[in-house]
Design a protein around this ligand. Structure first.
Ligand code: COA
Length: 159
């Protein structure tokens, strides 16, 4: 079975992430979307909230499983018998960081490879923090996240 892991913070999941998830799931038998628990960023949403939001937006993708992880990604991949990491490349600026992560992961575990999907042009500028910032000023985020996520962001920010 050809499986992959798409890791990230997903705080919150955006259309850019959903685009990568759909395209990776279309060429793999099984895709684990893995929410990182301990990445040093101060998240808006708890891990459970992020996992649930991802479950909601991927409910029609039968070969996609949502999980969370802490610690090293290569260890999580090994525990689940997965050898392929999926990442999205939005712009050249992502490249250096992604190259470094991919190479470091291979040094830690030579069985692991990373494959990259170039982000759809429509979402090349998008990031979770941009969405959070626009929402915090009451801006329209309907082009960036699905309706169910818009509602959760608004609810969270109003607390
Ligand atoms: N569409 C929209 N946004 C995208 C995107 C896309 N296709 N691809 C990336 N982004 C955005 C994210 O929203 C995020 O935005 P933010 O910073 O505003 O929140 C940003 O790009 C990058 O975040 P993300 O993809 O979540 O990666 P990350 O840098 O937070 O985490 C991990 C990357 C999880 C893969 C990495 O930290 C990891 O593996 N950690 C585990 C510990 C480990 O093994 N470390 C050794 C690594 S060598």
């Amino acid at each position: 079975m050809y499986s992959g892991i798409y890791p990230g913070s997903f705080d919150p999941v955006t259309y850019g992430h959903i685009d990568i998830i759909k395209r990776a799931a279309a060429v793999m038998d099984h895709l684990i979307v893995a929410v990182l628990k301990n990445n040093g960023k101060t998240p808006l949403f708890s891990v459970d909230e992020r996992v649930n939001m991802l479950k909601e937006v991927t409910k029609d993708l039968k070969n996609v499983e949502i999980m969370s992880f802490s610690g090293l990604l290569v260890n999580f991949a090994k525990e689940h018998g997965v050898k392929v990491i999926v990442r999205g490349l939005r712009a050249v600026t992502d490249f250096e960081y992604e190259l470094l992560m991919s190479q470091t992961n291979r040094v830690m575990d030579p069985d692991i490879d990373t494959i990259f999907f170039t982000t759809d042009l429509e979402y090349a500028y998008l990031s979770s923090s941009i969405v959070r910032e626009i929402a915090s000023y009451g801006g329209d985020i309907s082009k960036f996240v699905p309706e169910c996520i818009q509602k959760q962001i608004k609810d969270k920010l109003s607390k």
